[in-house]
Design a protein around this ligand. Structure first.
Ligand SMILES: Nc1nc2c(ncn2[C@@H]2O[C@H](COP(=O)(O)OP(=O)(O)OP(=O)(O)O)[C@@H](O)[C@H]2O)c(=O)[nH]1
Ligand SMILES: [Mg+2]
Length: 239
C-alpha cells in the first residue's frame, strides 16, 4: 500500500522541515511530494536538500506562483503516473495536524474520498477570529446548498483520495483554483457515485509564515460554484 502526501508550498521555509519530520513520526513508510512555486524565501532549496537526504521526499519545482489548484493537479498526475494507492492533500503551515493521518488511512480502505472536517461533531477551529470563521461557514453553506452536497466541510484542504477517486476527477477539465478547487474535486467525486466520508479534525490557524488567501480566491469560489452545478458533462479524461 503506497501513500503519497502532496504538500504545495509558497514561502513555507519556517514550517516545511518540521512538518516532514512530524509526518514520518506517524507514517514512517509514506512518500511526501512537495510542489514549490519558486518561493522567494528559499523553501524550494530547503525541499531539495531534504529530498537529497531522504528518498521518500520528492520535489516538483515550478517556475513561479501558479496557484494551489494547479499545484495539486500536477501532484495528482505524478501520483497516477507512479501508481500510488492513496493520495493526501495537506497544507504546509501546521493547520492540518499529522496526528490525523493514520485515521484518514484507516477510513480510506473503505471509502474513495476522506474529508477532514471542521464542521462535524469532534471537529473544530482554533486560533481563527470570528470573521474568518463566519466567512468559512458561509462559504460552506453556500456550496452545500447550491450543489446539493450532504457534507459539512467542502472548503477544507486536508483530504485523502483513493487511486480510483483520482482517476475519476478528470483533471483536464477542472475549472477552479483556490477554495473552489476543494469544492469542485469533492463535487466531481460525489457526482461519479464514489463513496465519501467526513472525519473530524481540529484545524489550527496558521502560526508561522504569511497567508496566501486573497479576495480573488474567495470571489472565484463564489461565482464558479453555480457554474459547477450547471456544467454537468465533463470531457473524457486523458491519461
Ligand atoms: N505551490 C503553491 N503552493 C501554494 C500556493 N498558494 C498557497 N500555497 C500553499 O498552499 C497551502 C495553503 O495555503 P495557505 O496560505 O495556508 O491558505 P489558507 O490556509 O487558506 O490561509 P492561511 O492559513 O491563513 O495562510 C500552504 O501550504 C501554502 O504554502 C501556490 O500558488 N503555489
Ligand atoms: Mg493555511
Amino acid at each position: 500500500m503506497q501513500t503519497l502526501i502532496i504538500i504545495p508550498t509558497y514561502n513555507e521555509i519556517e514550517n516545511l522541515q518540521k512538518l516532514t519530520e512530524n509526518i514520518f513520526l506517524v507514517l514512517p513508510q509514506t512518500n511526501i511530494l512537495v510542489i514549490d512555486d519558486d518561493s522567494p524565501d528559499g523553501t524550494g532549496r530547503l525541499a531539495q536538500s531534504l529530498a537529497g537526504k531522504n528518498h521518500k521526499i520528492k520535489l516538483i519545482q515550478r517556475g513561479g506562483k501558479s496557484g494551489l489548484g494547479s499545484a495539486y493537479i500536477r501532484g495528482f498526475r505524478y501520483a497516477l503516473e507512479n501508481n500510488y494507492d492513496f493520495v493526501f492533500e495537506m497544507d504546509a503551515d501546521f493547520s492540518h495536524n499529522p496526528k490525523y493521518l493514520p485515521e484518514f488511512l484507516k477510513q480510506a480502505t473503505q471509502y474513495n474520498l476522506i474529508l477532514g472536517s471542521r464542521y462535524i461533531k469532534g471537529g473544530g477551529i482554533t486560533e481563527w477570529g470570528i470573521l474568518r470563521k463566519l466567512i468559512s461557514y458561509a462559504a460552506n453553506l453556500y456550496a452545500r446548498i447550491i450543489l446539493g452536497l450532504p457534507y459539512r466541510d467542502l472548503t477544507g484542504g486536508f483530504k485523502c483520495y483513493s487511486q480510483a477517486a483520482l482517476r475519476n476527477l478528470e483533471l483536464d477539465s477542472i475549472i477552479c483554483e483556490g477554495y473552489g478547487f476543494q469544492i469542485e474535486t469533492t463535487y466531481r467525486i460525489y457526482r461519479k457515485g464514489l463513496s465519501i466520508k467526513e472525519i473530524p479534525i481540529v484545524f489550527k490557524g496558521r502560526r508561522r509564515g504569511k497567508s496566501k488567501i486573497s479576495r480573488k480566491i474567495c470571489f472565484e469560489a463564489f461565482w464558479k460554484v453555480p457554474l459547477l452545478r450547471f456544467r454537468r458533462i465533463y470531457p473524457e479524461p486523458k491519461y
